[in-house]
Design a protein around this ligand. Structure first.
Ligand code: FAD
Length: 517
């Protein structure tokens, strides 16, 4: 065995003993041989949600997959410790999912940001990227070759490993599936410390387990992402509605036209503020000044957002394409707006909203978010449940609603979707994102935050029991809550955990499996 490795193992043993000791002595940066293991930082103890703050005992800044493998091999080979490990991507979780109380946080952004391209001539093109690379970096690099991933999230400052551990969804998902349906191969360091290259044809069970696997089975150190030719321009369209059923019917119409339409989302327009904030990135001259009613009798509206890529190749010009589609829609009279933007600006639109919120101190506030997958049959009832539990006049944030198609999701992955039930149209389901901000400087501190979280628990519990809805980016505070969440998929999830991370070292912040020694 190399001397460096022996030194590292001895150093790790000291670390483990220190972590297990009631007198933790990691106070300053320490030299753990070639492993870059540092004392905890506030960054590693917090996330975008700003709801939970759990300090790890140490932070690992890996330089290679081998560093991570060394750490996990050591921990899984010793019965002396109960140390846990969480991979941390960009830390954009809401409920401490990338945190590890008294454990070790592995900062994935420290891995060298490698992106290698394979441009196929008449074949598929792909990029091999490090797990800590952010999607914005991949977009910038791939556009230089005229290529781009097919499936996105709305916000691009998230890591490849972080979104693949959940699903990665946006308005392209109806057409190309979630990001986890657009991966050809992964390199994973399992909870046992093994470095495994897996794909649908090699170690497929690990591949499927890790996709949507909430960081429970292994740490994604590299991913092969499918690419397509990048469009140059995007025709970006918004249409307003005062009626929920027309809004829903038109969304379903749009996702039934994948040859014409490339992106479909939608949101509720609750008040003047939500109209203004949702328009920050949309560079059209929107002349929509509706009557929002009164506090006791509020009136709300809906907006569909869709996009058409590279319409030049579709034998028609952009205006004609919008005309063909919108002539079949039932939006409010003359409330349809369209604008042409570059593909990059379209994909990076949330960055503009981030900058605007940062400039007024509203980015680094609490984010009690709730995301749910809702079966099509229950979407009207879900809307009513939602409106019974929020006040449109004081809601800060955005409520997204858009359709997804089940057959674009692979049932072998770890993602939990609602059961399709006996409805005649199994294909469509909805995602609803209640993306709320709670600003302590505006009076929403501890008590108010707890009240909002309680409301979200109520919505999630009621929608789960009555409508069969499931949380996306789920948070459950007990292992039994998780078992209920997984339902009939629980046994497979637990069996995969026993195989790939038998001591339950990984992903403690999710609160699914207590650590074993
Ligand atoms: P982290 O928060 O750092 O980690 C998330 C989980 O993944 C943790 O359990 C962590 O341990 C695990 N993990 C991280 N890296 C790895 C790895 N390399 N290997 C294994 N496990 C790992 N999601 C969507 O699907 N669509 C959206 O449009 C969308 N928009 C968003 C917009 C904003 C402003 C924010 C804050 C979040 C948004 N999200 C969206 C949610 C986002 O996809 C998840 O929170 C995702 O986990 C964030 O990635 P991250 O790199 O910050 O992961």
């Amino acid at each position: 065995m190399e001397l460096a490795m022996v030194c590292t193992r001895v150093s790790l043993l000291i670390l483990i003993l220190s972590l297990c000791s009631p007198y933790k002595f990691i106070q300053s940066p320490m030299d753990f041989g070639p492993l870059n293991l540092l004392p905890t930082t506030t960054t590693a103890s917090s996330d975008f949600g700003r709801i939970l703050f759990q300090s790890p005992a140490a932070v690992l800044k890996p330089q290679s997959s081998r560093d991570i493998s060394l750490l996990l091999s050591f921990l899984s080979g010793s019965s002396l410790n109960k140390v846990t490990v969480a991979a941390r991507g960009a830390g954009h979780s809401i409920h401490g999912q990338a945190q590890a109380l008294d454990g070790i946080v592995v900062e994935m952004c420290s891995l060298p940001a490698e992106i290698d391209f394979f441009k196929g001539e008449g074949e598929i093109s792909y990029a091999d990227v490090s797990g800590g690379v952010m999607w914005i970096e991949l977009l910038e690099q791939s556009l230089k070759l005229g290529l781009a991933p097919r499936s996105w999230t709305d916000y691009l400052y998230l890591t490849v490993g972080g979104t693949l551990s959940n699903a990665g969804i946006s308005g392209q998902t109806f057409k190309h599936g979630p990001q986890i349906s657009n991966v050809l191969q992964l390199e994973v360091v399992t909870g046992r410390g093994e470095i495994v290259k897996c794909s649908p044809s090699k170690d497929a069970d690990l591949f499927n387990a890790v996709l949507g696997g909430l960081g429970q089975f292994g740490i994604i150190t590299r991913a092969r992402i499918l690419l397509q030719e990048a469009p140059q321009k995007v025709k970006w369209v918004r249409a307003f509605y005062d009626d929920f059923s027309s809004f829903i019917m038109d969304q379903e119409l749009l996702v039934s036209m994948p040859d014409l339409v490339d992106y479909v989302e939608g949101f509720i327009v609750l008040n003047e503020r939500s109209l203004h904030s949702s328009s920050i990135a949309f560079p059209a001259n929107v002349d929509f000044n509706p009557d929002f009613g009164t506090k006791n009798n509020p009136k709300i509206y809906y907006c569909i957002e869709f996009a058409i890529h590279d319409y030049q190749n579709k034998n028609t010009n952009g205006e004609q394409a919008v005309q063909v589609i919108s002539s079949q829609m039932n939006h409010m009279v003359s409330q349809l707006y369209s604008v042409e933007v570059s593909y990059f600006d379209f994909l990076n639109r949330v960055r503009m909203e981030e900058m605007s919120l940062r400039s007024i101190g509203l980015w680094e506030v609490h984010h009690p978010w709730l995301n749910m997958f809702v079966p099509k049959a229950g979407i009207g009832d879900f809307r009513d449940l939602l409106m019974d539990n929020i006040s449109p006049d004081n809601f800060e944030g955005l409520i997204l609603i858009y359709p997804l198609l089940r057959d674009k999701w692979d049932a072998n992955t770890s993602v939990v979707l609602p059961d399709s039930g006996s409805s005649t149209d199994h294909r469509v389901m909805y995602v609803v994102g209640i993306l709320r901000s709670a600003n302590p400087d505006d009076g929403c501190s501890h008590h108010c935050l707890q009240e909002l979280l309680g409301r979200h628990r109520h919505i999630a519990g009621t929608a789960g029991a009555r409508l069969g809805a499931k949380q996306y980016l789920a948070y459950h505070s007990t292992p039994s809550g998780w078992q209920e969440h997984f339902g009939r998929r629980w046994e497979r999830f637990a069996e995969r955990k026993a195989r790939f991370d038998p001591l339950r070292i990984l992903g403690p912040g999710q609160g699914i499996f207590p650590r074993l020694s």
